[in-house]
Design a protein around this ligand. Structure first.
Ligand code: FAD
Length: 288
């Protein structure tokens, strides 16, 4: 099995303690030489400044290739493009461009009166600047708002045709789900990189709630296995095994890039990466 190229998603810290946790996470995962690391943008645009600061600090001090998430939520076009410009000024030219979710409790997405109406408009505007490498979201289990599986893929194609370079998927539980999606994308004429998003399950209850919210199908065998493991106090062991197995199956099926949702907790992601043959890149002079 050839070791995959990997990338990691972090969220911006909201307080001092969380800042230390993010920094510890970066210390643990940076030696695995990720392709890039990305920093999320809080639902409802709630972490605008925190994201900008975390992105700029990581870029300056970690030496990693950093991608900033950016959404259309609750901001005018000018404001959104000004944030993108502030990323570029900080030297960050990779953007994960999303429509975004509304603030909690708001129900469904309503564009800001002077804002981008959808993700395609945002991607077009970012692409027109010529400054950014653009990644977008994709949904192997189908986005809850999609009219149909085909409509979801057609919309993904529109996002990639608008100037995005790569799609990062929502997490899913079975490799077959990704393979079906990859085949359907190829059939629709999508030839850009589609990278599976992987959620190492640190906390089953949290992961299950999150999956339900974003329409990710939870197979019965996963529910059963976590119920038993939780009773036996072996959740960590099961999480590592399930995640490693999923990644191995993806790699056996031709996947060479994986994007990990770390939730700023590095241990499980690190253990899975090690099991897949992604080990720290230690400079030779440090070994001698
Ligand atoms: P889109 O793909 O634009 O829309 C979602 C779905 O709705 C589409 O798949 C399509 O089926 C349908 N749709 C929407 N508009 C149209 C249209 N005009 N015509 C036809 N169909 C349409 N959220 C955050 O708030 N902050 C983040 O940092 C963040 N990071 C994420 C990273 C990744 C890799 C992923 C996969 C998701 C992330 N999200 C984040 C969640 C994301 O904001 C939500 O899933 C949101 O509901 C959709 O955003 P999108 O850009 O994927 O939407």
């Amino acid at each position: 099995m050839t070791a995959p190229q990997i990338s990691f998603e972090f969220f911006p810290p909201k307080n001092l303690e969380a800042s230390f946790r993010l920094w510890d996470t970066v210390q643990v995962l940076a030696p695995l030489a990720p392709r890039f690391v990305s920093v999320t943008y809080g639902a409802g645009g709630t972490t605008r400044e925190l994201t900008r600061d975390a992105v700029a600090t990581l870029h300056k001090s970690s030496g990693l290739n950093v991608a900033a998430h950016l959404t259309c939520v609750q901001a005018s076009r000018e404001e959104t493009l000004a944030i993108a410009d502030s990323f570029a000024l900080a030297g960050v030219t990779d953007i994960v461009a999303l429509r975004g979710d509304p603030p909690q409790g708001a129900g469904h997405f309503t564009p800001h009166p002077g804002g981008f109406a959808n993700s395609v408009e945002l991607i077009q505007a970012l692409a027109e600047t010529g400054k950014f490498a653009i990644r977008v979201g994709a949904y192997p289990d189908i986005h809850p708002e999609a009219a149909s599986a085909q409509a979801d893929i057609d919309w993904l194609k529109a996002k990639l045709d608008a100037g995005a370079d790569e799609a990062l998927t929502q997490f899913f539980f079975e490799a077959e789900t990704f393979f079906r999606f990859r085949d359907a994308c190829a059939k629709a004429g999508i030839d850009k990189q589609i990278t599976p998003g992987i959620l190492p399950i640190e906390n089953w209850k949290g992961a299950r709630n999150f999956a339900r919210r974003c329409g990710t199908y939870i197979p019965a065998w996963v529910e059963d296995a976590f119920d038993k493991a939780t009773r036996d106090g072996r959740e960590d062991l099961l999480a590592t095994a399930i995640c490693t197995e999923l990644c191995s199956e993806l790699i056996d099926g031709g996947v060479d890039k994986l994007h990990f949702y770390t939730l700023n907790r590095p241990e499980l992601t690190r253990d899975v990466c090690h099991a897949l043959g992604v080990t720290p890149k230690v400079a030779l002079q440090n070994v001698a």
